[in-house]
Design a binder for this molecule. Structure first.
Ligand code: FAD
Length: 566
């Protein structure tokens, strides 16, 4: 009977206020309390997403302290940097994924996982609405509610089409493993179709025209992979049509890979030219139909090109249910969920956002600086002593690493030099400075501060940081380690999140990679390709995927890529 009571309390059925119908209510707190009467239930941490941010969080949180529940429509973690390699069969899809349940099991099995997507967040009642995509639960509609004490949103982003007509209907995206598999099949479709009899030359050319929209790292890497696949493997198998193949990269900006150093961007453009990959920089795609892509250029006006397959890779946008949530909490005018430096969603208690769905809000840099000033200017005189200014600066630098970089790099104004040089020895009166003056000196800080890039590196570091904070929540209450709070008394419990950049790679095909490492150290060529192989092998989440990826690379070296259309 006791067992039955526990099970019953697990699934309490309630009528959902929205969404219609019955919704199963997964109340694991009741479950925990029933299992251990008299013991306070653990706080419930609900994690949405099993990507870079969510998985790193789950891997690093001390799961003995919390009741951790993970919800994601994907029951695996995918190593996204190798997705372009999956599009052409250099690496097999299963080699870059790790089941989330394996990751959880390694932690002692205390973490629960539900394969479902969240479609609504109710921050007032601390609940998330979820829907299973793989069938139904008890009620038949697959929907259920989960309540939380802390919510960690790590749902990533979706491809951004900028509402360009025809993109969703006719272009491929490259965000998920399924996308990469579809691209692989579609490439082979194009080759097989182009060899069919009774096709005229123009139609064959059109079918073998591959267009990549977006000259960022993903688009460039895919174009390079495709070029290698064609020249190293398909040319031998389709000798009669190999000369008809054309790859075009369309980029709205003046150059490709603009987030890299100019030398890398230039090298990539020259290499693509040598490889026969056409670069259409300064062109904006305005419409896509089933057979043509229409683009605009300031010089040439509008033009249409026939194509056989197109991959759209122009950046990321916010998921619709996150947009709804943002409107709910007054962030409707933003592009991603704004968090503070502790990764807490602004104006939303106990909700955290990490990875591509979030952005550390810089809108408040100047506001915070002024708050800190007001706090420091205790006598309300409108002036601060050197010591006070030093404290303010220190505080700003702890809160905003980007500002610290800015202060270091930009040779701050006379005021900062004066403050630094004085070291507090000079007479107070001589050094009292007007707040307005100081404010002016920092006036362009807001425009200088850049948002963190949407990369796996950022997402993983945020997941790791947040997990450490959660694991040390109790200790840090007794021994806070963060900076002074601006408005309230006392210190923050934790130091703010700080991103450490370890460099970035741009694989360019032909066993050549460009690497931009910390300190603006640039390396381009075959040696960087080996660095890329070793780093990407070492970064795999498990020994299983590491072994599979390395064996895929070896297989490709020996036997080439597989061109079967399965
Ligand atoms: P994701 O990894 O996208 O994970 C989001 C998770 O949320 C997924 O598990 C998803 O299923 C889940 N989810 C989605 N909707 C819901 C919902 N409604 N409810 C619950 N869960 C949901 N970065 C680098 O640093 N280096 C690289 O070389 C690199 N290469 C890349 C190549 C490609 C092709 C792509 C697409 C990206 C690449 N990136 C790279 C970027 C990197 O993959 C992302 O920045 C990173 O994945 C962001 O992590 P995330 O956890 O925020 O999101």
């Amino acid at each position: 009977a006791y067992r039955h009571r526990a099970t019953f309390s697990k699934l309490v059925l309630v009528f959902a206020a929205s969404g219609g119908g019955l919704v199963a209510y997964a109340d694991a707190r009741a479950d925990a309390a029933a299992e251990s009467p008299g013991v306070a239930p653990k706080k419930k941490v609900v994690v949405l997403g099993t990507g870079w941010a969510g998985t790193t969080f789950v891997k690093n949180i001390d799961s003995s302290l919390y009741d951790v529940q993970v919800i994601s429509p994907r029951n695996y973690f995918a190593f996204t940097p190798l997705l372009p390699s999956v599009t052409c069969g250099t690496v097999e899809p299963r080699s870059i994924v790790e089941p989330i349940r394996k990751i959880i099991t390694k932690k002692g099995g205390e973490i629960k996982f539900w394969e479902a997507e969240c479609f609504k967040i109710d921050p007032e009642n601390k609940k998330v609405y979820c829907r299973s995509n793989i069938g139904t639960n008890l009620e038949g509609n697959g929907e259920f509610l989960v309540d939380y004490d802390y919510l960690v949103i790590a749902v990533g982003a979706r491809a951004n089409t900028f509402n360009t007509p025809g993109v969703v209907e006719h272009c491929h995206f490259l965000k998920e493993v399924e996308d990469a598999q579809k691209i692989r099949r579609s490439v082979m479709d194009c080759f097989e179709r182009a060899t069919l009899p009774d096709l005229d030359e123009e139609e064959r050319k059109r079918t073998l025209h591959f267009v990549v929209v977006g000259g960022g790292p993903t688009g460039v890497e895919f174009a390079a992979e495709l070029h290698d696949f064609v020249s190293e493997d398909l040319a031998k198998l389709y000798p009669t049509i190999q000369d008809l193949v054309k790859i075009t990269v369309v980029e709205h900006g003046e150059h490709i890979l603009t987030m890299f150093d100019k030398r890398i961007s230039r090298f990539a453009e020259e290499k693509f030219q040598r490889d026969g990959i056409e670069l259409k920089t300064g062109f904006k795609v305005v419409k896509v139909s089933d057979k043509t892509i229409t683009m605009e250029n300031a010089l040439h006006g509008e033009s249409s090109v026939p194509y056989g397959m197109a991959v759209w890779s122009t950046g990321i946008g916010t998921r619709p249910f996150i947009l709804d949530f943002m409107k709910q909490i007054g962030q409707g005018n933003r592009r991603a969920l704004a968090t503070d430096e502790w990764l807490r969603v602004r104006e939303c208690e106990d909700v955290y956002a990490i990875g591509d769905c979030a952005t550390m809000s810089q809108r408040k840099v100047m506001e915070d600086i002024m708050e800190i000033f007001r706090f420091a200017d205790k006598d309300n005189s409108g002036t601060l002593t050197v010591k006070e200014i030093q404290d303010v600066l220190e505080d700003i630098c702890i809160r905003y690493p980007q500002v610290e970089l800015y202060l270091k790099s930009k040779q701050m104004s006379d005021i900062v030099d004066l403050v630094k040089a004085s070291k507090g020895d000079v007479k107070k009166e001589a050094l009292e400075l007007n707040i307005e003056e100081f404010k002016n000196a920092l006036a362009d800080v807001d425009s200088q501060v850049k948002n963190l890039p949407a990369t796996a590196q950022v997402a993983a570091q945020q997941g790791n940081y947040l997990a450490r904070c959660f694991s040390r929540m109790k200790d840090s209450e007794e021994k806070p380690e963060g900076p002074q709070r601006i408005t309230k008394m006392g210190r923050h419990r934790f130091l703010p999140f700080r991103y450490k950049h370890f460099g970035q790679f741009a694989p360019l095909g032909g066993e050549q990679t460009a690497a931009q490492l910390p300190g603006d150290w640039i390396s381009i060529g075959h040696s960087s390709q080996w660095l890329w192989y070793s780093i990407y092998a070492s970064k795999q989440v498990s020994w299983r995927t590491r072994a599979l990826v390395i064996s895929d690379w070896t297989r490709r070296f020996i036997f080439g890529r597989d061109s079967s259309r399965i």
